[in-house]
Structure formats: structure tokens, C-alpha cells
Design a protein around this ligand. Structure first.
Ligand SMILES: [Zn+2]
Length: 108
């Protein structure tokens, strides 16, 4: 009898905690879109070093447009490219004050 009583009291502590809702529908959607972009990349696109200043693109990237955006009050040029092989869209941000600016897959 004593053994059963003890087990009963231990059970609540051993029950798993309620699952926290960490991923909402918006996050799922964003994640799915990001995964789809990655999955569409061709071999040369996969080889592009991202977010690194002056990293090269590859031969099949074709420039489509460019514009300026402000970073810390200074204008930087962003050049959009389209890959002829896989159709992926790449942005190259040329910011001489930021070593981590460079190639990225835009979400827009
Ligand atoms: Zn590509």
C-alpha cells in the first residue's frame, strides 16, 4: 500500500511539461518559403559564399536591376541578379563598411 501511495505522488512530477507553442503559422510559412528557395538552387548557386563582402557570384548570374538603400545613414548599392540556370534571385549588397554584406537570397 505504501509503495502505491508513493508512486501516485511521483507521477505528476514525471509527466512531460505542456508543449510550448513556439512555431506559429507565419513562422512555418516563412520557413517553408526559405526551404523552397534553398531547394531550387542549382550547383553553382549552392557554391556562392553568402554574406561575405566581395565573394564572387557565378558565370550564369545575370544582373537585372540595382538600387540604393541606406545603411547607418550611408547609401549602399544593391544589385539584383537572376540565375540563368535555376531561376533563383540573388541580391548582392555592396557596402564597404560591412564585411558581412554580400550575397543573399531575398525574401521579397
Ligand atoms: Zn542557379
Amino acid at each position: 500500500m505504501l509503495h502505491r501511495y508513493t508512486s501516485h505522488w511521483l507521477l505528476p512530477a514525471l509527466a512531460p511539461p505542456a508543449r510550448a507553442a513556439t512555431i506559429g503559422p507565419m513562422t512555418d510559412k516563412y520557413k517553408a518559403a526559405a526551404e523552397a528557395r534553398e531547394a531550387a538552387l542549382c550547383e553553382p548557386c549552392r557554391g556562392i559564399q553568402r554574406n561575405w563582402r566581395r565573394a564572387p557570384g557565378h558565370a550564369e548570374l545575370v544582373q537585372t536591376q540595382n538600387w540604393k538603400e541606406e545603411r547607418d545613414g550611408k547609401p549602399v548599392t544593391i544589385t539584383r541578379h537572376r540565375c540563368d540556370r535555376c531561376g533563383s534571385i540573388w541580391d548582392y549588397e555592396n557596402d564597404k563598411n560591412n564585411q558581412q554584406a554580400g550575397w543573399s537570397l531575398p525574401t521579397r
